[in-house]
Design a protein around this ligand. Structure first.
Ligand code: ZN
Length: 223
C-alpha cells in the first residue's frame, strides 16, 4: 500500500514537472503580442453558428459555455466544430502592444483532433447584448455545468462583422500548455460596457496569461 502511494506520488510529481517544462520552456506559447505580421492571402473564415442550447459553468477560473454539435467554423474547406467559449480579463493576446480589457476564446476541434482557438477582443464602449444575456446565467458556485432551461445562445452574436484575422501557431494558455494549437485573432474588436467588465471581474479578475515570447514564429495577417 505504502509502495503504491509513493508510486502515485511520483507519477503526480512527474506529470506536474512535464507541465512546468512545456509552460516554461515551450517555444510556441500563447498568448503573444502581434507586432510585425506578414500580410498575405489567407483562406476565408466562414462561421456556421446558430442558436443552440448551452451549458454554463464557473470552472474556477472563468465562465465556460459549452455546446453540443451544430456550430461549425470553416477555414477554406477545413471544418472545425465549436466546443466551448470562455472569457479572459485582460485580453492575453495584444495587437501592436495594445492590451484589451477582455477577450473571448472560442475553442474548436477538427474531425482529426486539431485544436483551433478564435480570439474575439473587446474594448470599452457600448453594452454587449450577448454578455448582457450571459452574465446573469453565471452559476453562483464552481459546481459544474448548468443547463438553463429554454435558453438558446446564438454564438454568431459574439463575432465582429469583419472576418479579417491574424493567425499564429500557439498553445493552450494554462497547464499543460500543450503546443500545436492554431490561433486565430479577429482584427475587429467588439465593445462591452464598463459595468459589464466590472461584473465579470467581480467573479474572475486577472485570469489571462502574460504574453509569451514569439521566438521564430511568423504571424500571418489576412488581406
Ligand atoms: Zn482561454
Amino acid at each position: 500500500m505504502k509502495h503504491l502511494v509513493l508510486l502515485l506520488l511520483a507519477a503526480v510529481l512527474s506529470a506536474a514537472h512535464a507541465w512546468a517544462s512545456t509552460c516554461e520552456t515551450g517555444r510556441q506559447q500563447s498568448p503573444i503580442d502581434i507586432t510585425a505580421p506578414t500580410r498575405q492571402k489567407l483562406p476565408p473564415l466562414t462561421f456556421d453558428y446558430r442558436a443552440s442550447p448551452l451549458k454554463i459553468a464557473d470552472d474556477g477560473h472563468t465562465v465556460r459555455v459549452r455546446f453540443g454539435n451544430g456550430n461549425q467554423l470553416y477555414i477554406g474547406t477545413q471544418r472545425y466544430a465549436l466546443q466551448q467559449f470562455h472569457f479572459h480579463t485582460p485580453s492575453g493576446d495584444r495587437i501592436a502592444g495594445e492590451e484589451f480589457p477582455m477577450a473571448a476564446h472560442l475553442l474548436h476541434k477538427s474531425p482529426s483532433g486539431q485544436l483551433l482557438a478564435v480570439v474575439v477582443l473587446f474594448r470599452l464602449g457600448a453594452e454587449n447584448p450577448l454578455l448582457a444575456a450571459l452574465l446573469p446565467l453565471i452559476p453562483a458556485r464552481a459546481d459544474g455545468d448548468h443547463a438553463p432551461p429554454g435558453i438558446m445562445v446564438d454564438v454568431s452574436r459574439l463575432l465582429p462583422t469583419s472576418r479579417r484575422y491574424y493567425r499564429y501557431p500557439g498553445s493552450l494558455t494554462s497547464p499543460p500548455c500543450t503546443e500545436g494549437v492554431d490561433w486565430i485573432v479577429l482584427k475587429q474588436a467588439l465593445e462591452l460596457s464598463a459595468g459589464q467588465l466590472a461584473r465579470y471581474r467581480e467573479r474572475f479578475a486577472d485570469n489571462a496569461r502574460p504574453v509569451q515570447p514569439l521566438n521564430q514564429r511568423v504571424v500571418m495577417e489576412s488581406l
